[in-house]
Design a protein around this ligand. Structure first.
Ligand SMILES: [Zn+2]
Length: 124
């Protein structure tokens, strides 16, 4: 189990990451707004702007997902379930949490889930 000192460390790191992502999201949406403001009403250019937007959307989606994971971890720190595998209830090793700070699962469960995800993606 994590001691108070470790929990404080993870909480601090998570909050730092959260702030950074929130800043990134602000910048990305600002850039996208700037892009559409200068968008020429020309057909050829319009397509390239749309491509640019979809890249921006992908970044925003990825960052939002990460932000959600961070918020989930912060909530779990507050209610005392942080660092415990969601699938089997075993404490996740501190070394693993340091590498993947918002890990929801222990290594064993993660591998099972990844295999299942890969299998379901392969089936048409
Ligand atoms: Zn597990």
């Amino acid at each position: 189990m994590l001691n108070n000192e470790e929990l404080a460390y993870f909480k601090q790191e998570l909050e730092k990451m959260k702030q950074q992502i929130e800043r990134n999201l602000d910048n990305t949406s600002l850039e996208m707004n700037g892009l559409s403001d200068t968008c020429p009403r020309d057909e050829g250019d319009h397509a390239s702007v749309e491509r640019g937007n979809s890249v921006g959307n992908t970044i925003i989606t990825k960052q939002s997902e990460k932000l959600k994971a961070i918020e989930r971890s912060l909530k779990r720190i507050n209610n005392g379930t942080y660092g415990i595998c969601e699938a089997c209830g075993v404490p996740i090793r501190t070394e693993r949490l340091k590498v993947k700070i918002f890990a929801d699962y222990c290594i064993a469960c993660r591998e099972i889930i990844e295999k299942e995800t890969a299998r379901s993606q392969n089936t048409p």
